[in-house]
Design a protein around this ligand. Sequence first.
Ligand SMILES: NC(=O)c1ccc[n+]([C@@H]2O[C@H](COP(=O)([O-])OP(=O)(O)OC[C@H]3O[C@@H](n4cnc5c(N)ncnc54)[C@H](OP(=O)(O)O)[C@@H]3O)[C@@H](O)[C@H]2O)c1
Length: 331
Amino acid sequence: MAAPPPIRVGVMGCARIARRSVVPALQAVPGLRLAGVASRSADKGREFAAAFECAFLGDYAALLARDDVDAVYMPLPTGLHAEWAAQALRAGKHLLVEKSLAGSLAEAEDLVALARANRRVMMENYMFRYHAQQAAVRKLVREALGEIRLFRATFGFPPLAPGDFRYDKALGGGALLDAGGYPLQACQLFLDGDLRVRSACLNGPPGGADLWGGAMLEAERNGCRVPAQIAFGFDQFYQCGIEIVGQTGRLTTSRTFTAGPDVVPLAVLETPGRKTEIPLPTDNHFIRLLEAFERRVRADEWEAPCEENLRQARLQDQVRRLAENPKERSP
Ligand SMILES: NC(=O)c1ccc[n+]([C@@H]2O[C@H](COP(=O)([O-])OP(=O)(O)OC[C@H]3O[C@@H](n4cnc5c(N)ncnc54)[C@H](OP(=O)(O)O)[C@@H]3O)[C@@H](O)[C@H]2O)c1
């Protein structure tokens, strides 16, 4: 049977993450085709287009007006996602949006309503969920840890370059919407069940973007409440991992969120009297996520990502509300 025509993807903005990881991955997925790039700057757009042998499509509005673009990859600063994602959905495009999807729960809910109304797939680019190491870790947890008694996840790194949009609140900056999204996703990936944030803190200059923080969560599982702790930030010692303590062992991994295709992630498994290093599979999680995006577009599977987007936005909203109003803290 002949392969279906490729899904044509336009890139909105010459972002570093697009250049470094997502566009090369997109070009490696046979069912997707890089249709071109849009930019605020014609010079930058032409240079990017030449580097990836694709068309420069003009500004963002020109990209959305094109009939020969089926889907948009949107790596804009987080504070611009709500406006441009809404325009893309109204223009009938499927959407792969960089994390975080939006700056607030209300914005995320509006976008999800638009995705549903237009029956378009809208996915948030938490690529690490699709890395083969995660399935291997879940198997180890099942086989060696028994019931989970504590889950921990941390993602944080040293200060970013001055001028980075992540320091600019107006552009959707702040650690919660950036690094903080990953450990919240990890809680969802490894703790099935109803997750709630019980307490949270966010720290940063008064009136400015939050720079670091953390939260305590609980997952309701089989009538029990399983604790989870997360920490995130961008002024700290580099951390990128999870720790899972079970009834019969403890497992850690340290490249949970960022293992590139040349990295062999390692799990350390401790059981009574024994400590073992276990190599986990290598993978290109950007390619895996793009394959999932393609499958969902071809299968008209727009509802499942809507639910995923809402779950994540609700957890981020709970963290922010509890950090800003500690008196709301659960007893
Ligand atoms: N999934 C991941 O692994 C991962 C990793 C890093 C970042 N991200 C996410 O990807 C997005 C972009 O991050 P990045 O570090 O790649 O950002 P970046 O290099 O600063 O790129 C952002 C792009 O947005 C466009 N833009 C439009 N208005 C802008 C404004 N007012 N200020 C700055 N840029 C503006 C620019 O493109 P033009 O000038 O060409 O229009 C710029 O190149 C963020 O949402 C971030 O959270 C995801």
